[in-house]
Design a protein around this ligand. Structure first.
Ligand SMILES: Nc1ncnc2c1ncn2[C@@H]1O[C@H](COP(=O)(O)OP(=O)(O)O)[C@@H](O)[C@H]1O
Ligand SMILES: [Mg+2]
Length: 443
C-alpha cells in the first residue's frame, strides 16, 4: 500500500519565508491528487518535501504507513516525472527507459523484461532504438513516463510537466497521463497552476493559497461548493462574477435586481450571520448561471430573477456565447477583493471606478445583441454568498456538492479530516485579516 499522509507539514526557508503552512492531506493508495494554486503558493515546495529533495520544517510525512521525514529521496521509492528535456539525447529510447535500472545494477534479463513491458503499455515498442531527437513531443513525454514506470515506484510525482508544451500537445498529454495513471493505478500527485488541468485530470483536487490548504475535494465539490472566495474564484472558467449584495428581511439586493433569498439560503445565512437583520455580502454568480430570459422555460423562470440590462460586448464562438454586462457597484472596493483579483490574475477591465463588468455565458442560439438592452435571467439556486471580511462562504455545506458521491462519499474513508471539506482552519482569510477560524462554518 502506498498511501501518502501529510500531517501538519510546514516549510520555512532559511530566509524566513514560510512556503508551506501546516498542511494536512491524505492521499489514498492509487489515488490521483492534483495540487493546484497560483504561482508561488508553495506547490513545488510541498512536492519536493514529499520526494525528499527539501527538508520538512515541521510535521509528519508517511508513505505506506511509515514515517519517512528523515529518509533520503532514494529510500522513499517515489518517481518524480520530469519534462521531456530530462531525457538523455545520446541514449536510445530503450536505454533512456532502462537508465534507472542500470543505475540500480539490476540484472539485464530483468531490465529487458521491464523495459519491454513499459514500452508495450506506452506504445513505444517501434521506437526503442531511436534517439529522443527523432521523437514527437508526446512520444518523448511517454519515454519520460516509461523511465519512471520501470522502477515500479510507490507513487508518481509530477511538477507542472506540461507547462512548456503548446496548447494542443498539452491537451493530448493531459489525456495520456490520465490514461496511464488509470492503467497503472499508481498513487499520483500532480502539481499545476492551471485550474483546467486540475479539474480534468484528478480524482481529487487540493487548492493551496499562500502555503495554506484551502479545500480538498473532487472537481465537482470544488465547483459546486467552494469554501471561500478564493476557491470560488480560482475554480471555473471564465471565473465566478463577484457582486456586492445586501440581505434584508429575506431579500437579497444585487446591483441589477432584487430577489427573494431561496429558503435554504435564508436559514444558512441567518444562522451564519448570527441572526443580524441586515447584512452586506459578496455574491458569487458563475457566468453559466445567467441566461437569455427568452431561452428559459416557464417552469424554471421562477427559480431565478429576470432583469433588463444593456450588453456591452458579445463573443460568439458557435458552441458558446459570452455576454459582457456592465453593472453599477463593484465588490472590488473591498480591500481583500482587490488583492484576490490580483492573485487570480483577473484583469481590471472587469472593474473600474464604481462600474464593473460581469460575464454571462448564454445559450449560443440567443439573439441578444451588442449595445442593446436585453432581458436576462439569473439562477437564484446557484448563487454563492460570502462574508466580505473573511471571504468565507455563507452557503458552503460540509461534504456537499458532488452528486456522484453524495451519500457514499469517498471522503468518509479519508478519515473525514479533509475528504470533502477544508483541511485548514484559516483558509478563508482575505487580505491578511487575522481571520482565525474564519472558514469552518460546520460543527
Ligand atoms: N530556496 C528558497 N528559499 C527561500 N524561499 C523560497 C525558496 N524556494 C521557494 N521559495 C519561496 O517559497 C514560496 C513557494 O515557492 P514554490 O513552492 O516554488 O511555489 P509554486 O511551486 O507554487 O510556484 C515562494 O514565495 C518562493 O519564493
Ligand atoms: Mg512550482
Amino acid at each position: 500500500m502506498s498511501e501518502i499522509t501529510l500531517r501538519g507539514i510546514s516549510k520555512r526557508y532559511a530566509d524566513g519565508t514560510t512556503a508551506v503552512d501546516n498542511v494536512d492531506l491524505d492521499i489514498q493508495d492509487g489515488e490521483f491528487v492534483i495540487l493546484v494554486g497560483p504561482s508561488g503558493c508553495g506547490k513545488s515546495t510541498l512536492l519536493r518535501m514529499i520526494v525528499g529533495l527539501e527538508d520538512i520544517s515541521e510535521g509528519d510525512l508517511s508513505i505506506g504507513g511509515n514515517r519517512v521525514n528523515t529518509l533520503g529521496p532514494k529510500d522513499r521509492n517515489l518517481a518524480m516525472v520530469f519534462q521531456n528535456y530530462a531525457l538523455y539525447p545520446h541514449l536510445s529510447v530503450r536505454e533512456n527507459i532502462a537508465f534507472p535500472l542500470r543505475l540500480a545494477k539490476m540484472e539485464p534479463g530483468e531490465i529487458d523484461q521491464r523495459v519491454g513491458e513499459a514500452a508495450r503499455v506506452l506504445e513505444l515498442g517501434e521506437f526503442l532504438d531511436r534517439k529522443p531527437a527523432a521523437l514527437s513531443g508526446g512520444q518523448r513525454q511517454r519515454v519520460a513516463m516509461g523511465r519512471a514506470i520501470v522502477r515500479e515506484p510507490a507513487a508518481f510525482l509530477f511538477d507542472e510537466p506540461l507547462s512548456n508544451l503548446d496548447a494542443k500537445l498539452r491537451v493530448q498529454m493531459r489525456t495520456e497521463i490520465a490514461r496511464l495513471q488509470k492503467r497503472y493505478g499508481t498513487t499520483t500527485v500532480y502539481v499545476t497552476h492551471d485550474q483546467t488541468e486540475a479539474m480534468t485530470l484528478g480524482d481529487r483536487v487540493a487548492v493551496l493559497r499562500k502555503g495554506i490548504m484551502q479545500q480538498v475535494g473532487s472537481p465537482r465539490e470544488l465547483y459546486n461548493n467552494p469554501i471561500n472566495l478564493f476557491v470560488a474564484g480560482f475554480i471555473g472558467s471564465p471565473s465566478m462574477n463577484f457582486l456586492p449584495g445586501q440581505i434584508r428581511g429575506g431579500k437579497l439586493t444585487l446591483p441589477m435586481a432584487e430577489l427573494d433569498l431561496p429558503e435554504e439560503f435564508r436559514e444558512r445565512v441567518g444562522a451564519n450571520a448570527g441572526g443580524r437583520e441586515e447584512q452586506s455580502v459578496i455574491v458569487g454568480v458563475r457566468p453559466e448561471h445567467f441566461e437569455d430570459a427568452s431561452m428559459v422555460s416557464k417552469d424554471v423562470l421562477g427559480s431565478g430573477v429576470t432583469f433588463r440590462s444593456r450588453i456591452d460586448v458579445i463573443e460568439w464562438m458557435g458552441s458558446e456565447l459570452y455576454a459582457y454586462i456592465p453593472v453599477q457597484g463593484s465588490a472590488r472596493h473591498n480591500q481583500g477583493m482587490a488583492e484576490l483579483a490580483r492573485e487570480l490574475d483577473q484583469e481590471d477591465v472587469r472593474s473600474e471606478g464604481d462600474e464593473s463588468q460581469i460575464v454571462a455565458r448564454l445559450d449560443p442560439a440567443s439573439r441578444v445583441r451588442e449595445g442593446e438592452e436585453s432581458e436576462l435571467w439569473l439562477d437564484a439556486r446557484r448563487l454563492h454568498l460570502f462574508e466580505p471580511e473573511t471571504g468565507a462562504s455563507l452557503t458552503y455545506r460540509e461534504g456537499a456538492g458532488d452528486p456522484t458521491t453524495e451519500g457514499a462519499h469517498p471522503g468518509a474513508s479519508h478519515g473525514g479530516s479533509n475528504g470533502g471539506g477544508t483541511a485548514g482552519g484559516r483558509g478563508g482569510e482575505l487580505g491578511g485579516a487575522g481571520g482565525a477560524g474564519a472558514v469552518r462554518r460546520d460543527a
